[in-house]
Design a protein around this ligand. Sequence first.
Ligand code: G4P
Length: 291
Amino acid sequence: MQENAYEKMNIQWFPGHMTKAQRMIEENVKLVDAVCEILDARIPNSSRNPDIDRLAAGKPRLIILNRCDLADKDVTDAWVKYFTAHGLKVMQTDAKSGKGVNGFARSVRELLADKLKDYAAKGQATRPLRVMILGIPNVGKSTFINKVAGRKAAAAGDKPGVTRGKQWINIDKGLDLLDTPGILWPKFDSQEVGELLAITNAIKSDVLDRETLGANFMLRLCRMYPKALEERYKIVPDPEMNGYELLEQAAKKRGFLVSRGEYDIERMANTLLSEYHDGKLGRLSLERPND
Ligand code: G4P
């Protein structure tokens, strides 16, 4: 697949509240013992805050690969190896069903074992550990926190870009979480990152050209998971075709006709994006550690 077959998309994201949220994190990181980054298991690199090393200011870190129910299992395992090799503790979760979430408190205690020993030595054995939860909008932060807390502690919803103020959530006697607003970095330098965030719904879809996004996504899938396209849309992904031609092929198979001989590419683009969102194309990861 030729790189230049991808259409240029202008995805920029500069809302003031994101900068405010970033500042809020910087100010509050000193209040916590550890930082927990919730990432989208399908795009662990693009869903990571590139500023995290500075923001986390040397605190112990835990990585949660969430939405692992939608990601390619082998690729997620490769990401676990990758992050572990970089000295980070990693968990895989599906916060929607709650799978993997149970191990969270134990992982935090393992991560902060030295701190717990310290507290015990000072006679502060009941002092709770405090963990900041970080993640881009819509990655599943509220769902995760609610599952860990066993109650509705944070508002969940599919509203990219909607931020909340910070709040402390008491999990049990030994653990408090600091929920922060979902933040996206103020600017994307890379079209690749912007597109992956848009495909996975971290960026509001109504500010985007969905047709171009869908066409570029088709090309990406044709390169990474041609079998999934064949099975779902009964098309033969031809590497010579551009994304619009692939969408048109799929629209034909679906019978998305606008007029005689003309097919509804935009409807097909929306269908592709929403079916990916719902996991109907299978478990597909869009980033691999060695990319
Ligand atoms: P946020 O706080 O980070 O902004 O995210 P939130 O918890 O509100 O979750 C956003 C959506 O993602 C919710 O869906 C939630 O159910 C879903 N979600 C969270 N974790 C997972 C996961 O591990 N796997 C899957 N498949 N979904 C997850 P929603 O608002 O009900 O809509 P929809 O996205 O399910 O259609």
